[in-house]
Design a protein around this ligand. Structure first.
Ligand code: AMP
Length: 227
């Protein structure tokens, strides 16, 4: 007794959220992370934190983000590589907003993420018209990065974050010109990842045009079924 066969296998979940801006990746990834106790790695949040702190990464990323362009691949690959090598990611992690290009996907494999077959990939799909409504009505707390929507998810007190009462703002990249640019970047550079992962990973298309709770239920069902 006491051999390796007695040891409970630890299930290591590495999850990727694909999908256009406004599809609800952040909301779903955040909830999954909290309820399943898996570390969430949101590159958008990391970059915005870096900007707020005025780090060299933040200074390099800011002009790209404000315009709605993707930040250069090398910067992202280094940033995520460093993050997923930290000990809290040893039992898995949820990537929210990364990879967004084929180079980043290949970078992820090389930096220790391993082959795509080891990933569970959720591609969250939402019609374009709905994305535009979601993004233009989105409001953001610069202190804790919570997001709201003026109609669909307003804060309890108008214009103030429920968690820390910070006045909410519209992110520069949620303004009209930047939104158009982000969607174009998605179509051109991120969408090809669907074909890449569909054939290589445990891949699931998720209809994101439903209430958030229903979408979340689907994710949990897939996760629990180990599909
Ligand atoms: P998000 O909050 O995920 O929509 O990210 C906000 C912005 O951060 C994006 O519009 C990009 O400018 C930048 N960004 C986040 N993740 C990436 C990534 N993987 N590659 C390039 N740029 C990124």
């Amino acid at each position: 007794m006491g051999g390796v066969e007695d040891v409970e296998p630890v299930s290591i979940e590495r999850i990727i959220f694909l999908g256009p801006p406004g599809a609800g990746k952040g909301t779903q990834a955040g909830r999954l992370a909290a309820e399943r106790r898996i570390v969430r790695v949101s590159t958008g949040d990391m970059l915005r934190d870096a900007i707020a702190e005025g780090t060299p990464v933040g200074r390099q990323a800011a002009p790209h983000i404000d315009k709605g362009d993707l930040v250069p691949d090398d910067l992202l690959i280094d940033m995520v590589g460093e993050r997923i090598r930290q000990s809290d990611c040893a039992n898995g992690y949820i990537l929210d907003g990364f990879p967004r290009t084929l180079r980043q996907a290949q970078g992820l494999e090389a930096m220790g993420g391993g082959p795509p077959s080891g990933f569970l990939v959720f591609d969250v799909e939402v019609p374009r018209e709905e994305l535009l409504k979601r993004l233009s009505g989105r409001r953001w707390c610069p202190t804790c990065q919570s997001t709201y929507h003026v109609d669909k998810n307003p804060p309890t007190r108008a214009g103030l974050c429920n968690l820390d009462s910070t006045p909410l703002i519209q992110r520069e990249d949620d303004k009209k010109v930047a939104v158009a640019r982000r969607l174009a970047e998605y179509d051109e550079r991120t969408k090809p990842l669907i074909g890449y992962y569909r054939d290589r990973s445990r891949f699931h298309t998720i209809d994101g045009y439903r209430p958030a709770d229903v979408v979340f239920g689907d994710l949990v069902t897939i996760l629990e079924a180990g599909r």
